[in-house]
Ligand binder design. Structure first.
Ligand code: UD1
Ligand code: UDP
Length: 360
């Protein structure tokens, strides 16, 4: 079987790390990097740390508006598809790279499998929601992380294409947490003690692109009663600079603003944090997997089971609400296995093989 896998940004490199090597044990994979993320700290470091095979093709599309990115990736990816004529194409998650890969396959009639299919926030204002819904509807195989995702697809009439395989980030988290524990010296480097800081990430367009939510984020950062390690995504750094708030935040003693971190440093900081404050999808899941309480700086989430179990709370960006929640942070005693126990990569390869055999 020949598979073309398309990745392009940070969470997708993490996700592909659970699948690529396993796929290559028995099949041919052509790994294509769209170039949506290109800085070393958002891209190359993940290939190195997670031993992801280097990309076979680099499309080098770079940054732009959502429309620019999707169309540029399609323009560059479609000739690769035609040249490679894969049995299946694999896309991950919900970014512009995902949508571009999915639309390219649909236009040319190539079979498509979508990893992390069926996730829904039901917030159509998020570019990610539009990307994931559109990708699911043109996918031949919808590979789902959780039973909630399968139910979502069922409601949209996509049940027959859905397969519950578990979550690939759970595979990577289980494999890499002990490595991070052993090899990362991030706490010492940043001068924070286990359990005495929170870890924060913010990059959603809805939180940082407009001035009003961004001002609330700045107020929250100022008022945090504890040390906070905050690896700043480039979208957020640019927004804080535009607002004229970056220098003030950098000067605050309780805030540790750092560039985006590699997977090992980030995971070490996550495991030892008192809590994580985030608007990331992947980080909400990893917090659950590492048994760290999460406050999600949004009003919706796709990962609803983590909220229902009490490990994750939706707190939006209102500083009073976030700070009140932080005062009452707790670790529930109940922690069932939610995401496949680290075997999603294996399950995905098996589903791809079944699909290819049925079509042969
Ligand atoms: C994208 C995804 C988002 C995902 C996130 C993961 C979409 C619509 N959004 O958001 O779902 O959660 O990736 O981190 O696809 N930039 C750099 N260096 C880079 C890449 C980007 O400085 O290597 C800067 C550029 O100024 C760019 C901005 O960051 O305009 C935003 O990058 P972009 O890829 O458009 O969106 P993300 O916010 O990263
Ligand atoms: N991550 C990282 N360093 C950071 C921030 C995040 O390695 O400084 C990892 C994190 O562990 C997770 C992934 O990046 O595996 C999440 O990506 P991101 O938050 O950018 O995207 P999302 O999941 O929201 O789409």
């Amino acid at each position: 079987m020949k598979v073309v896998s398309l990745v392009g940004n940070r969470p997708q490199f993490v996700k592909a790390a659970a699948v690529s090597r396993r796929l290559r044990e028995r099949h041919q994979e052509v790994l294509v990097h769209s170039g949506q993320h290109y800085d070393d700290e958002l891209s190359a470091i993940f290939f190195r740390e997670l031993a992801l095979p280097p990309p076979d093709r680099e499309l080098g599309v770079g940054s732009g508006t959502n429309a620019d990115q999707v169309t540029r990736i399609m323009h560059a990816f479609e000739p690769v598809l035609e040249e490679q004529a894969p049995d299946l194409t694999l896309v991950y998650g919900d970014t512009n790279t995902t949508l571009a890969g999915a639309l390219s396959c649909a236009r040319h009639g190539f079979a498509l499998a979508h990893v992390e299919a069926g996730m829904r926030s039901f917030d159509w204002a998020m570019p990610e929601e539009r990307n994931r819904v559109l990708a699911d509807h043109v996918s031949d195989l919808c590979l789902c992380s959780s039973s909630v995702a399968v139910e979502n697809l069922d409601r949209e009439g996509l049940g027959p294409r859905a397969r519950l395989v578990g979550d690939v980030m759970a595979d990577v988290s289980a494999a890499m947490a002990p490595v991070a524990e052993r090899e990362s010296d991030a706490l010492e480097r940043l001068g924070v003690a286990p359990g005495e800081y929170v870890l924060m990430t913010v990059h959603r367009a809805g939180n940082v692109d407009r001035e009003e939510p961004l001002r609330r984020l700045v107020e929250l950062l100022r008022r945090l009663p504890t040390h906070c390690v905050f690896p700043v995504h480039p979208r957020t750094r640019a927004a804080l600079e535009r607002l004229g708030a970056l220098a003030e935040l950098e000067a605050l003693a309780h805030l540790h603003l750092v560039p985006p971190l590699g997977y090992l440093d980030f995971t070490k900081l996550l495991m030892h944090g008192a809590a994580v404050l985030t608007d990331s999808g992947g980080v909400q899941k990893e917090a659950y997997l590492c048994r760290v309480p999460c406050l999600t700086l949004r009003d919706t989430t796709e990962w609803t089971e983590t909220v229902e179990l009490g490990w994750n709370r939706l707190v939006g960006l209102d500083p009073d609400r976030v700070l009140a929640a932080l005062e009452h942070i707790e670790r529930p005693s109940h922690h069932p296995e939610l995401y496949g126990g680290g075997r999603a990569g294996e399950a995905i390869v098996a589903e791809l093989e079944r699909f290819a055999a049925a079509g042969a």
